[in-house]
Design a protein around this ligand. Structure first.
Ligand SMILES: NC(=O)c1ccc[n+]([C@@H]2O[C@H](COP(=O)([O-])OP(=O)(O)OC[C@H]3O[C@@H](n4cnc5c(N)ncnc54)[C@H](O)[C@@H]3O)[C@@H](O)[C@H]2O)c1
Length: 319
């Protein structure tokens, strides 16, 4: 049995990983400040004696230290972050604090306590608008287009430096957008909410031609668990995503068909939905596939799974 500490344990991906690790018979300490996480996502975990939850903020070193000293921790999954790429320019400190400084705090507390294994949820957004598509892990050093991507890339840099400086073993996962049960932010969430309040008209950010890749949350977790089991370099970097892509306008078709609505679709003129929105995200995921990862769901299947979950869990759609 391994003892994992998960930051962001009440979030979409963090709570799903918590449930998976507990089901696999591990000990889990979760820490979360509920800034975007939901108490409800921990209902099952809290019934399990192998789960300990600490309500705390990663910017508070004492709370983090307390959580990491509850019992001997073998491995940290650092998933807590400001996961919203869109609002970076409205509050430019937020990504720095929540994604870079919080990551430093996690690493430095691990150093203090003597924990040496960490997996980090980075993002395909670190590639900005890359020249090489599908984009491999060793793409030319990327130019940043969002404060979110920049703050995550800084987090990656700190992790790599801790690997070199303090002998850490590290796994950096660059996700495409993740879909599935407990999804609480992103375009399907926004469209679903807006179509429920007005099924006759839908305004879309950007011209609808943005082309993106998505991945089902259980596939994401399979990939992380496989990579951490099968690789052991000081720094292991993996893109995580399915092979295909979908245009925003095709994704809208899947959503409105499933919801049974026929709204007037009003597209913007820009090729980007917001500052930092990349018109084309398509990661080369050969590296994770080479160690045996096979995703279960295609992108349209993932969209439908997500939508059905949202429609059956209306409480999540309430602000
Ligand atoms: N969902 C995606 O499509 C996606 C894509 C790429 C990368 N990621 C990354 O995956 C990770 C998880 O994303 P998610 O979609 O589950 O987001 P989420 O917002 O559901 O989860 C983040 C969790 O972290 C917690 N948190 C935030 N700041 C904290 C702090 N200072 N102290 C303690 N807890 C804090 C939140 O309350 C929340 O529960 C994030 O690092 C995100 O950047 C997500």
């Amino acid at each position: 049995m391994t003892c994992f500490l998960l930051t962001g344990a009440a979030g979409f991906i963090g709570s799903t990983l918590t449930d998976r690790l507990l089901a696999d018979g591990h000990q889990v300490i979760g820490i979360d400040n509920f800034s975007t996480g939901r108490q409800e996502f921990l209902t099952n975990a809290l019934k399990n004696p192998a789960f300990t939850f600490v309500e705390g903020d990663l910017l508070n070193r004492d709370q983090l230290l307390k959580a990491m000293q509850l019992m001997p921790v073998d491995f940290v999954y650092h998933l807590a972050a400001n996961a919203d790429v869109r609002c970076g320019t409205e509050n430019p400190r937020k990504d720095l604090e929540q994604n870079t400084i919080a990551t430093f705090n996690v690493l430095d507390t691990m150093r203090e306590v003597g924990v040496k294994n960490i997996a980090f949820s980075s993002t395909g957004s670190i590639y900005g608008e890359p020249d090489v598509v599908p984009t491999p892990e060793n793409a030319p050093f990327p130019i940043q287009t969002s404060l979110y991507g920049a703050s995550k890339l800084a987090g990656e840099g700190l992790i790599q430096a801790f690997a070199e400086g303090f002998g850490f073993s590290t796994w950096i996962f660059r996700f495409v957008s993740v879909l599935g049960e407990r999804y609480t932010h992103g375009h399907i969430y926004d469209f679903c909410r807006r179509l429920q309040s007005n099924p006759t008209r839908l305004e879309v950010l950007g011209d609808g031609n943005q082309t993106k890749s998505y991945m089902y949350v259980q596939d994401c977790i399979d990939a992380m668990l496989l990579a951490t089991a099968k690789t052991s370099n000081p720094v292991n970097i993996f893109n995580l995503g399915v092979d295909g892509t979908i245009q925003v306008r095709d994704s809208i078709s899947v959503i409105i068909n499933r919801m049974g609505v026929k709204p007037e679709l009003v597209y913007g003129e820009s090729t980007r939905g917001w500052i930092g929105d990349s018109p084309l995200i398509h990661l080369n995921c050969d590296k994770i596939r080479e160690i045996g990862w096979v995703p279960r769901l295609t992108i349209p299947q993932g969209i439908i799974r997500t939508l059905d979950w949202l429609l059956n869990n209306q409480w999540v759609l309430k602000p």
